[in-house]
Design a protein around this ligand. Structure first.
Ligand code: SF4
Ligand code: SF4
Length: 167
């Protein structure tokens, strides 16, 4: 697996190839078979991978919260929901709650997450490679291969599986 600090540079070398591979998958992959391949790769590559040594996603993206997650995190931080909203959240579109800082203010020096026990689904589920209908989310997945070493590796493995010719 590529080092987290090297993934952005590595992505630049295969950027065009990854976007071409997306087009190839859109034309040739079976939706259910692709989901199963992502599922297997997700299981294999994340099992035993220590995300606390990476945390690229926590540095590059702003966590987003569902309405019903705000109260839970506020209570965990011993704050009122209103204080939590005022201090940490921006609501650029009504009903879309996003952290107002990046890198994430809950990321600790040692790579742990301060709100690990109740972090939002957007953090728990990232990079979303184990969700159904990945065929329709390949643009986001290719974008994630610039940030996440596991997604970078997934696409390399998928290229092998599909015999995608390197240009
Ligand atoms: S809440 Fe935790 S998991 Fe989510 S971005 Fe912040 S540090 Fe990372
Ligand atoms: S999900 Fe990907 S980017 Fe985020 S910490 Fe784990 S390996 Fe790194």
């Amino acid at each position: 697996m590529i080092e987290p600090s090297k993934v952005e540079e590595a992505f630049k070398r295969v950027e065009k190839e990854n976007y071409d591979f997306r087009v190839y998958l859109k034309r040739h992959a079976d939706i259910n078979e692709l989901d199963e391949q992502f599922h297997q790769l997700n299981k294999e590559l994340f099992s035993g991978y220590d995300c606390s040594k990476c945390r690229n996603c926590c540095k590059e993206y702003s966590a987003s919260f569902e309405e019903d997650e705000l109260e839970t995190v506020a209570v965990f931080l011993e704050m009122t929901k209103e204080d939590f909203l005022g201090r940490y959240i921006k609501e650029s579109i009504p009903g879309e709650y996003q952290l107002n800082v990046r890198p994430c203010c809950f990321l600790k020096e040692n790579g742990e997450c301060l709100i690990e026990a109740c972090k939002p689904a957007s953090c728990r589920d990232y990079p979303f490679t184990d969700r159904p209908e990945r065929l329709f989310s390949l643009l986001n997945i290719v974008a994630s291969s610039e940030v996440c070493p596991v997604v970078f590796e997934m696409l390399e493995r998928l290229k092998q599986i599909y015999g995608f010719r390197r240009r």
